[in-house]
Design a protein around this ligand. Sequence first.
Ligand SMILES: [Zn+2]
Length: 248
Amino acid sequence: MQPQIRSLISDKLRQKISHANNVLVMTGAGVSAESGVPTFRGGGNTTVWKGLPFEVISSAGMLERDLPAVWEWFNYRRGLLAALKPNPAHEAIARWQKLFSDFTLVTQNIDGLHQAAGSRNVVELHGNIWRARCFDCGSRHDVRELKFDNSVPVCFDCGGNLRPDVVLFGEMLPAGAFETAAMKAQTCELCFVVGTSAVVYPAASIPEIARAAGAYLVEVNPEATPLSRLCDELLTGKAGEILPRLER
Ligand SMILES: [Zn+2]
């Protein structure tokens, strides 16, 4: 069954929004892109940084080969983010946590813009670029509080080396994050997938789980994606324009 493509919000969706108690929103790179966050990949091209392709400098293997270079790369990326602000999509989603009695935000984004907009208890599938994690004791630290004297910051608790607390190529999702998202997907009545084609597993299984458990599944993307055939509705356009129009 093909989903109906529309830019107008259906009465059915309006009703679902006004009656739903349990809502899950999953966001991806498209939401960040509307704030100007670079994706480093697009149109078949990948960014090369100091001679290293994005997938190499952002890989688990690079942590072992050259940890200072990994930090340099992530410091550069945080520098690009520092001036960026949440957009109307982030702001709408942050308001929704007060509109529904049970609300879950799951994001694949690492830029912290959801939190900057006021979202709390965000399920971060790929970690957060503003956090560091200790190799030795596992404790987490705010990157903004670290010293970079010797290029690799060290743990306040044990003195061990820190790494960015983000999921790198070749790594598993953080323990608990996917399980929490999957559990919430099983009980939500209404599920929005925003700014992501959700084709990369295991994140892609979140909307599938929600749909299989009977949730009304709504996709918000600039154009149809491989996910669209699974959705009850596809709202085409910018998330920052569509989401504020969905509020009850
Ligand atoms: Zn430590």
